[in-house]
Design a protein around this ligand. Structure first.
Ligand code: ADP
Length: 897
């Protein structure tokens, strides 16, 4: 050692006292040594001890006071005898109490003191046996205990021993040692102050670094809009800031029983994701605990995790092999409630000092704030999105609504006008927005004002029916709903929803009208009255004039009833539009027609529009006639047409009913007539028969021998005629019942009609003779065919008997004509003839054109004849003129089956 060499090899305590220069050199060496800033204090202390031994003593120990001042710790020592070192080190003890013994005294007074040598025996008692051998050779005398003094404080002690043989410490040596001790104390004090200062500076640097990071994190967090970004900033920056091995952030969604990993970073990322991806809050874990308690969970040593969360430690071990030696889990708490947790794990056991804890808690606090903000923002964004969506939906509804929707200020200014409003009222949005609502007709202004005032008071309308105006000036029926709204500034507004109910109203009116019409039409079965009622049904509601036209069987159309609105300037009977051609066409085709025409007698001589409608009266597939409607109020449209058709259907039914009723009544009358005729007819031959029988009987009773054969023959003849007549009547009745029951059977056979006519004519000879009628037959043509002889005989008999009966004794002509396929028979008389009114129904059952008083007969003959001719595929017709005569024509196909 350089110092020692300069001090001289030979110089050693006890040999001679050091010279002044040597002392100064020693002190200089000590100063140099102590000032060597490259050495750490323990090394300096060792050097100091090495300087003292062996120059000033055989052993020395340097002890420093503990921070609390209660202990003296041996920090350096030196001994000149290497073999005695273990014993010496044992004796000087690593730690002494600083408040007892000589050291305490020295520290208290700041003055060195001599401590006498301990007796060997005493030492022997204190020492373990392995050191006893050394005791004899122990180079220790008593010791000098010197205080290490700096700035008036005792930092420790320097104890120096000398061998028993050596000279005791003289005053100079004591001074020298004290000087060395003081210098050492000073150097130590300086070193300590320097270390403290350096430590403080380091701490300040760390703190400043953290602060800077915290500021950066805070600045970044203030920009964060989402929880994910917040997690990224906090975890990534946090790991770097606290020098962690890994970091992770978990969130608990409201109502969730798990914390879910949102972000992890660092070495343990995979393990964190695998084991802690979703952390059940009811199972013990640092994350669950931090969240439940809203307090950080500090795990400073490798054992802490195992001790607190053994199962989890086991899982971590299984997942990664080695859980983090230390970690901290911080709650992300806002208002005392944890929204999640932030975890950092460290590669080393880690004692978290106050600053670090404060930093971490602050980091978590900022993270929680940012999270709360992000959530609020997300909520707000969701709310905004929902609002936007609601707005879009509402707007779509308003656009697509079939009802007119409008929003009005309380003064009637239009603020909203949807496409349906445009469609219904005719004004476009551009035309009405910001303008006064134009749809209110003058007559409804007051009502409109009341509606607005009512809405402002909360009296809302719900489907109120009223009238509004279209752009073209026409009025429409609407149903109206109102609601009260407020502008953002709180001003009231009235929402109006309009549904055009014009068509519905019209439909209702139509239904009501038709129902009433049904009642009116059902009220009478009399045809005349029914026709009148039909004519009046639509006047004045739907028409100013109405005409009822019927066609007869011959197809002639005539107007049978008319109705005119009051004050109409057309006198009844003037031709009604539509024209008679239109009416005939409608009846012929069964199709309605709409027409319009101009009448020259409008107000002030102006022409006015006449709208006309003509619909057929149809029932049971038959067209009875037509109805015509005329109005000058408006053109008829398809709905009017539909209504007119419906009305015509009902009217036709009523007319048909009235007709059927009349026919039924007539049929009843005819049947009654028939019954009385039939009974009369049946009684006549019976009476005649009875008279003949009685007369012959009484002749026989009076004088049987006197009964002339001539008389008997005549009597029998009369009786025979009466029986025949009766038989014919009965046959006719039987035919009626057979035909009615559809049991008329034909037995066609090859027949010569000419021959049959002759045969029948022969049978008529007595009758012709009796009535003085001549019969002319023209039977030159070939009249062969396939017919039922008996039935054809019946037809001929009928026609011939009628010709004789109604022929007034004038000649009767029977003439045959033929084509290739058909044969025609005309039976012509010049008798009473038949009036036109009876002709249409002549071939009907029980129909008679003459009074029963003048001519007997059932009114069945022609009907039966027609049935039979038609059954054979033929046709029967009559041509007659009253007073001139009648011609009955029968046409038969030759193959009349
Ligand atoms: P009836 O048994 O009553 O003659 P018909 O059916 O044969 O019944 O005739 C019906 C009615 O037609 C008669 O009642 C009569 O009024 C009229 N009639 C029939 N044939 C003639 C004729 N040749 N001339 C005039 N009237 C006739």
């Amino acid at each position: 050692m350089a110092a020692v060499s300069r001090l001289g090899e030979s110089w050693q305590y006890g040999a001679r006292a050091p010279e002044v220069e040597e002392r100064l050199a020693l002190l200089a060496e000590a100063s140099r040594l102590l000032a060597d800033a490259s050495l750490e204090p323990p090394a300096v202390m060792e050097r100091l001890c090495a300087l003292v031994v062996p120059l000033l003593g055989s052993a020395c120990a340097l002890r420093l006071r503990s921070e609390d001042g209660r202990w003296l710790r041996t920090v350096a020592s030196a001994s000149s005898t290497p073999e005695a070192r273990p014993l010496f080190q044992y004796l000087i003890a690593p730690v002494l109490r600083a408040d007892e013994g000589p050291s305490a005294e020295v520290l208290r007074t700041g003055v060195a003191m001599m401590v006498p040598r301990l007796e060997v025996e005493e030492l022997r008692r204190q020492l373990p046996p392995q050191h006893h051998g050394m005791l004899e050779r122990l180079p220790l005398t008593g010791s000098l205990v010197l205080p290490l003094r700096a700035r008036g404080r005792g930092l420790g002690t320097l104890t120096v021993w000398r061998e028993p043989a050596a000279a005791p410490f003289d005053a100079g040596e004591q001074l020298l040692l004290q000087e060395l001790a003081d210098r050492a104390a000073l150097a130590l004090d300086v070193a300590r102050a320097y270390a403290a200062e350096r430590q403080a500076r380091q701490a300040a640097e760390v703190a400043a670094g953290r602060l800077a990071r915290l500021q950066r994190v805070t600045a970044e967090l203030s920009q964060v809009l989402t929880a994910a970004r917040m997690a990224e900033v906090v975890v990534d920056q946090g790991v770097e800031a606290v020098g962690a091995r890994s970091g992770g952030l978990w969130l608990v969604e409201p109502g969730d029983a798990q914390a879910r990993l949102l972000r992890c970073e660092g070495e343990d990322s995979r393990m964190l994701a695998d084991v802690f991806g979703a952390v059940p809050l009811e199972q013990p874990s640092p994350i669950a605990e931090a969240i439940h308690g809203a307090q950080p969970v500090w795990l400073e040593t490798p054992d802490a995790l195992g001790a607190h969360f053994p199962e989890l430690a086991e899982r971590c071990r299984r997942a990664r092999g080695n859980p983090a030696p230390s970690s901290v889990c911080l709650p992300l708490a806002v208002d005392g409630r944890a929204l999640g947790a932030l975890l950092f794990s460290f590669a080393e056991p880690h004692a978290f000092d106050g600053d670090e804890r404060a930093f971490l808690e602050l980091l978590a606090h900022h993270a929680a704030q940012a999270l709360a903000r992000a959530r609020l923002l997300e909520q707000e964004q969701r709310a905004r999105a929902a609002l936007r969506e609601a707005h879009q939906t509402l707007s779509a509804i308003i656009q697509a609504s079939p009802a007119a929707i409008m929003l009005l200020d309380m003064d009637g200014t239009v603020r909203l006008w949807n496409p349906a409003a445009e469609r219904i009222f005719g004004w476009t949005a551009d035309e009405v927005l910001g303008q006064e609502l134009p749809v209110v007709p003058e007559s409804h202004r007051e009502e409109f004002r009341r509606n607005l005032e009512g809405a402002a008071r909360g009296q809302l309308l719900s489907g109120a029916e009223t009238q509004r105006r279209r752009r073209d000036g026409s009025l429409i029926q609407v149903a109206l709903w109102t609601a009260l709204l407020r502008t953002p500034s709180g001003a009231p507004q009235c929402l109006g929803i309009f549904v055009d109910i014009t068509e519905r109203k019209r439909g209702e009116d139509t239904q009501r009208f038709l129902a009433e019409a049904g009642g009116v039409l059902a009220a009478s079965l009399e045809q005349e009255e029914t026709l009148e009622r039909v004519a009046h049904l639509a006047v004045p509601a739907y028409a100013e004039a109405c005409g009822v036209y019927l066609s007869d069987e011959a197809g002639a159309v005539c107007c049978v009833a008319t109705a005119f609105a009051d004050g109409l300037r057309y006198p009844p009977g003037t031709p009604l539009a539509p024209s008679s051609e239109v009416v005939s066409r409608v009846i012929a085709l069964g199709a309605p027609e709409l027409c319009g025409s101009l009448a020259p007698d409008g107000p002030g001589g102006a022409e006015r529009v006449l709208a006309g409608l003509c619909v057929p009266l149809e029932v049971r597939g038959q067209t009875l006639g037509a109805l015509t409607f005329v109005t000058s109020r408006r053109p008829y449209d398809v709905q009017d047409l539909a209504l007119a058709q419906e009305l015509a259907r009902r009217a036709a039914l009523a007319i048909d009913n009235a007709r059927l009723y009349r026919e039924a009544r007539q049929a009843i009358r005819l049947r009654e007539e028939f019954l009385s005729i039939a009974s009369h007819e049946l009684r006549t031959p019976t009476t005649a028969l009875q008279l003949q029988v009685q007369s012959l009987q009484s002749s026989l009773d009076r004088a049987p021998a006197a009964l002339a054969p001539e008389r008997l023959r005549r009597g029998l003849e009369v009786m025979g005629r009466q029986v025949k007549r009766q038989a014919r009547l009965v046959d006719a009745l039987l035919d009626v019942s057979r035909i009615s029951a559809g049991r008329l059977e034909l037995n066609p056979e090859p027949l010569d009609l000419g021959a049959l006519v002759r045969e029948v004519a022969e049978r008529f000879e007595p009758e012709l003779a009796r009535t003085g009628t001549t019969l002319h037959l023209v039977l030159t043509v070939d009249a062969h065919g396939q017919w039922d002889r008996l039935r054809l005989d019946q037809v001929l008999t009928n026609l011939l008997s009628n010709a004789v009966k109604y022929g007034r004794g004038n000649p009767v002509h029977v003439e045959l004509s033929a084509t290739r396929g058909r044969v025609r028979l005309d039976v012509r008389d010049r008798g009473i003839g038949i009036s036109a009114e009876h002709l249409p129904r002549l071939f009907h059952r029980f129909e008679r054109a003459v009074s029963e008083r003048n001519y007997g007969g059932f009114g069945l003959g022609l009907w039966i004849a027609r049935q039979m001719v038609e059954a054979m595929g033929g046709h029967i017709a009559v041509h007659s003129e009253p007073g001139v005569g009648s011609t009955f024509t029968v046409e038969l196909p030759r193959a009349g089956g």
